[in-house]
Write a protein that binds this ligand. Structure first.
Ligand SMILES: [Fe+2]
Length: 156
Protein backbone atom coordinates (compact mmCIF):
# COMPACT_ATOMS: atom_id res chain seq x y z
CA UNK A 1 0.00 0.00 0.00
CA UNK A 2 1.24 3.47 -0.81
CA UNK A 3 1.70 5.61 2.26
CA UNK A 4 2.10 9.34 2.67
CA UNK A 5 4.25 11.23 5.18
CA UNK A 6 1.09 11.65 7.27
CA UNK A 7 -0.07 8.03 7.18
CA UNK A 8 3.29 6.39 7.96
CA UNK A 9 3.86 5.04 11.48
CA UNK A 10 6.39 6.73 13.76
CA UNK A 11 8.53 3.61 13.60
CA UNK A 12 8.55 3.72 9.78
CA UNK A 13 9.34 7.43 9.77
CA UNK A 14 12.23 6.87 12.18
CA UNK A 15 13.76 4.13 10.04
CA UNK A 16 13.35 6.09 6.81
CA UNK A 17 14.73 9.29 8.34
CA UNK A 18 17.73 7.43 9.73
CA UNK A 19 18.52 6.08 6.26
CA UNK A 20 17.95 9.50 4.68
CA UNK A 21 20.21 11.18 7.24
CA UNK A 22 23.03 8.90 6.15
CA UNK A 23 22.30 9.94 2.53
CA UNK A 24 22.43 13.62 3.54
CA UNK A 25 25.67 13.12 5.47
CA UNK A 26 27.42 11.37 2.60
CA UNK A 27 26.11 13.90 0.08
CA UNK A 28 27.47 16.75 2.21
CA UNK A 29 30.89 15.13 2.55
CA UNK A 30 30.96 14.42 -1.20
CA UNK A 31 29.99 18.06 -1.86
CA UNK A 32 33.03 19.15 0.16
CA UNK A 33 35.25 16.68 -1.67
CA UNK A 34 34.14 17.98 -5.07
CA UNK A 35 34.53 21.61 -4.02
CA UNK A 36 37.95 20.93 -2.48
CA UNK A 37 39.05 19.28 -5.76
CA UNK A 38 37.47 22.08 -7.86
CA UNK A 39 39.70 24.53 -5.98
CA UNK A 40 42.91 22.51 -5.79
CA UNK A 41 43.11 20.50 -9.01
CA UNK A 42 46.21 21.11 -11.15
CA UNK A 43 47.66 19.60 -14.32
CA UNK A 44 46.95 19.56 -18.05
CA UNK A 45 43.31 18.54 -17.48
CA UNK A 46 42.71 21.48 -15.15
CA UNK A 47 39.94 23.04 -17.28
CA UNK A 48 37.60 20.05 -17.73
CA UNK A 49 38.22 18.69 -14.20
CA UNK A 50 37.64 22.09 -12.60
CA UNK A 51 34.32 22.25 -14.52
CA UNK A 52 33.29 18.63 -13.79
CA UNK A 53 33.98 18.99 -10.07
CA UNK A 54 31.84 22.14 -10.08
CA UNK A 55 29.00 20.31 -11.84
CA UNK A 56 29.20 17.63 -9.14
CA UNK A 57 29.21 19.93 -6.11
CA UNK A 58 26.38 22.03 -7.54
CA UNK A 59 24.29 18.89 -8.08
CA UNK A 60 25.12 17.61 -4.58
CA UNK A 61 24.24 20.92 -2.98
CA UNK A 62 20.72 20.66 -4.41
CA UNK A 63 20.59 16.94 -3.58
CA UNK A 64 21.44 17.38 0.09
CA UNK A 65 18.66 19.95 0.42
CA UNK A 66 16.08 17.71 -1.28
CA UNK A 67 16.99 14.78 0.98
CA UNK A 68 17.01 16.83 4.19
CA UNK A 69 13.67 18.45 3.32
CA UNK A 70 12.13 15.03 2.72
CA UNK A 71 13.20 14.12 6.27
CA UNK A 72 11.40 17.23 7.52
CA UNK A 73 8.29 16.34 5.47
CA UNK A 74 8.32 13.06 7.44
CA UNK A 75 8.39 15.25 10.55
CA UNK A 76 11.81 13.98 11.64
CA UNK A 77 15.02 15.80 12.53
CA UNK A 78 17.47 16.49 9.71
CA UNK A 79 21.13 16.22 10.69
CA UNK A 80 22.49 19.76 10.59
CA UNK A 81 26.02 19.61 11.94
CA UNK A 82 29.24 18.82 10.12
CA UNK A 83 30.48 16.74 13.08
CA UNK A 84 27.30 14.64 12.98
CA UNK A 85 27.59 14.18 9.24
CA UNK A 86 31.22 13.08 9.40
CA UNK A 87 30.23 10.56 12.07
CA UNK A 88 27.40 9.10 9.96
CA UNK A 89 29.14 9.19 6.57
CA UNK A 90 30.89 6.23 4.97
CA UNK A 91 32.39 8.75 2.53
CA UNK A 92 35.54 10.32 3.96
CA UNK A 93 37.02 13.76 3.52
CA UNK A 94 40.21 14.19 1.48
CA UNK A 95 43.52 14.03 3.30
CA UNK A 96 46.52 16.08 2.27
CA UNK A 97 46.87 17.22 -1.34
CA UNK A 98 45.98 14.40 -3.75
CA UNK A 99 46.98 14.69 -7.42
CA UNK A 100 44.36 14.86 -10.18
CA UNK A 101 44.15 11.06 -10.61
CA UNK A 102 43.79 10.46 -6.88
CA UNK A 103 41.06 13.12 -6.77
CA UNK A 104 39.12 11.37 -9.54
CA UNK A 105 39.51 8.00 -7.82
CA UNK A 106 38.36 9.29 -4.44
CA UNK A 107 35.37 11.11 -5.91
CA UNK A 108 34.45 8.06 -8.02
CA UNK A 109 34.54 5.87 -4.90
CA UNK A 110 32.36 8.44 -3.11
CA UNK A 111 29.80 8.32 -5.96
CA UNK A 112 29.70 4.51 -5.82
CA UNK A 113 29.25 4.54 -2.05
CA UNK A 114 26.47 7.11 -2.39
CA UNK A 115 24.73 5.05 -5.10
CA UNK A 116 24.74 2.10 -2.67
CA UNK A 117 23.54 4.14 0.29
CA UNK A 118 20.73 5.67 -1.78
CA UNK A 119 19.71 2.22 -3.06
CA UNK A 120 19.55 0.97 0.53
CA UNK A 121 17.50 3.95 1.67
CA UNK A 122 15.15 3.45 -1.30
CA UNK A 123 14.63 -0.17 -0.25
CA UNK A 124 13.77 0.85 3.30
CA UNK A 125 11.30 3.44 1.99
CA UNK A 126 9.77 0.86 -0.38
CA UNK A 127 9.39 -1.66 2.45
CA UNK A 128 7.22 0.89 4.27
CA UNK A 129 5.25 1.87 1.15
CA UNK A 130 6.81 5.35 1.08
CA UNK A 131 6.98 5.68 -2.70
CA UNK A 132 7.77 9.41 -2.64
CA UNK A 133 10.96 8.86 -0.64
CA UNK A 134 11.74 5.81 -2.77
CA UNK A 135 11.40 7.93 -5.91
CA UNK A 136 13.78 10.57 -4.54
CA UNK A 137 16.32 7.88 -3.63
CA UNK A 138 16.09 6.35 -7.10
CA UNK A 139 16.60 9.75 -8.73
CA UNK A 140 19.59 10.58 -6.52
CA UNK A 141 21.04 7.08 -6.97
CA UNK A 142 20.84 7.41 -10.76
CA UNK A 143 22.71 10.73 -10.59
CA UNK A 144 25.49 9.21 -8.46
CA UNK A 145 25.83 6.29 -10.86
CA UNK A 146 26.12 8.77 -13.74
CA UNK A 147 28.88 10.71 -11.98
CA UNK A 148 30.63 7.44 -11.01
CA UNK A 149 30.69 6.48 -14.70
CA UNK A 150 31.95 9.92 -15.80
CA UNK A 151 34.77 9.81 -13.25
CA UNK A 152 35.60 6.14 -13.92
CA UNK A 153 35.93 6.89 -17.64
CA UNK A 154 38.92 9.14 -16.86
CA UNK A 155 40.78 6.21 -15.30
CA UNK A 156 40.29 3.71 -18.16
FE1 LIG B 1 34.57 28.08 -8.68
Amino acid sequence: MTETAQSLSTDANTQIAEALNQCVAETVVATMLAQNFHWNVTGMAFGPLHALFQEIYEDHFTGQDDLAERIRALDMHAEGTLAGMLKRSKVNEAEGAPDDKAMIKQLKDAQETLAETLAGAGEIAAKHGDTLTEDLCIERGRTHEKFAWMLRAHLQ
